[in-house]
Design a protein around this ligand. Structure first.
Ligand code: ATP
Length: 256
C-alpha cells in the first residue's frame, strides 16, 4: 500500500438506499407514511415490524415492483425512476408456494438472476452455466436442477431463490424472511454466509426477519431508527475487504 492509499479515508459511507418521506396505501388502507431512512455501504440492516406493518411493501418499492405514492427513493445515489443497475441488487422475496405446473426448471430460475444484466434473454454462456452449477452445488440443490420449481418443497424453493440472488455477486442484498421454512442446519450455514459477506466483502444487507434472537445477537438490542411501525436495527462493518476469494459462494461451500 502506498502512502496516498494509507492516508485515504475509508470509503464505506456511500449512500446505498435513501428513503425520503415515503408513503404508500393499498386503496384506502394507508400502509406507511413519512418513512425516511438511509442505508450506507456496508450496513447490515434488520427491518423489524409486526405482521402487516409494511415490511414487504417497503422492500417491493425498493426493488422497483411497487411505486411509492409519496416521497422519493434513491438507489446508489440515483432516483429510482432513473436507476438501471439492477444487477447490483439481489432480492430474495418472501417465500411463495409455486403452482406445481409453473413451467421453469430450477436451473432456469437460478440463471434468470443474470438476465437483468444482459437485458435480453441471450444464450447461456459456458461461464454463466458454470456459475449456476456452482450456486446449485453450494446450496445443495444440484440434484434438483432439472426439476420444475413448482414441484419442490417450500424450503427447497427458498434455496433456489438464495442461489438466484447470489449469482451476480450483488452489492446490495435484500432478503424478505430468508430463513423461514428452511431447516436449522441450513439456517446456520446461511447466516454464517451472510455474516462473512458482511464482514469481509463489500456488501450491504437489508433483511426482514422475525428472528429477534438473531437480530439482537448480530445487530444489537436497540434499533437505530423507528418510523411508524417499522424499526431498523443496523450494524456497520469497518472490517477490511480482506477475503482473497471474490466468489461469494466459497464460504458456504467450505462450511456447508
Ligand atoms: N396486494 C395487496 N393488496 C391489498 N393490500 C395489501 C396487498 N399487499 C399487502 N397488503 C396489505 O398491506 C399491509 C402491509 O402488508 P405487508 O405484506 O407489507 O406487511 P409485512 O410487514 O411484510 O407483514 P408480514 O410480517 O406478515 O410479512 C397489510 O395490511 C396487507 O394486508
Amino acid at each position: 500500500m502506498n502512502t496516498a492509499e494509507a492516508a485515504a479515508p475509508v470509503l464505506c459511507h456511500r449512500e446505498i438506499i435513501a428513503l425520503d418521506r415515503v408513503g404508500f396505501s393499498f386503496g384506502s388502507q394507508q400502509v406507511m407514511n413519512n418513512v425516511s431512512f438511509t442505508a450506507h455501504e456496508r450496513d447490515f440492516i434488520g427491518l423489524i415490524g409486526s405482521n402487516g406493518a409494511g415490511k414487504t411493501t417497503l422492500l417491493r418499492m425498493i426493488v422497483g415492483l411497487l411505486k411509492p405514492q409519496q416521497g422519493e427513493i434513491r438507489l446508489f445515489g440515483t432516483p429510482i425512476e432513473r436507476f438501471k443497475d439492477w444487477h447490483l441488487i439481489g432480492y430474495v422475496p418472501q417465500r411463495n408456494q409455486f403452482n406445481p405446473l409453473f413451467p421453469a426448471t430450477v436451473r432456469e430460475v437460478v440463471l434468470s438472476g443474470m438476465y437483468g444484466r444482459r437485458k435480453l434473454l441471450k444464450r447461456v454462456s459456458k461461464e454463466d452455466a458454470a456459475r449456476a452449477d456452482d450456486a446449485l452445488r453450494t446450496l445443495h440443490i444440484e440434484n434438483l436442477a432439472d426439476k420444475r420449481i413448482g414441484a419442490l418443497s417450500g424450503g427447497q424453493q427458498q434455496r433456489v431463490f438464495l442461489a438466484r440472488a447470489l449469482i451476480n455477486n450483488p452489492k446490495l442484498l435484500i432478503l424478505d424472511e430468508p430463513m423461514s421454512g428452511i431447516d436449522t442446519e441450513t439456517q446456520q450455514n446461511f447466516f454464517h454466509l451472510l455474516r462473512h459477506m458482511h464482514q469481509h466483502h463489500n456488501i450491504t444487507f437489508l433483511m426482514v426477519s422475525h428472528d429477534m434472537e438473531m437480530v439482537r445477537s448480530y445487530l444489537g438490542e436497540q434499533p437505530k431508527e423507528s418510523c411508524g411501525k417499522l424499526t431498523f436495527h443496523v450494524r456497520h462493518s469497518h472490517d477490511l475487504e480482506d477475503c482473497a476469494e471474490t466468489d461469494l459462494l466459497h464460504t458456504l461451500r467450505k462450511e456447508g
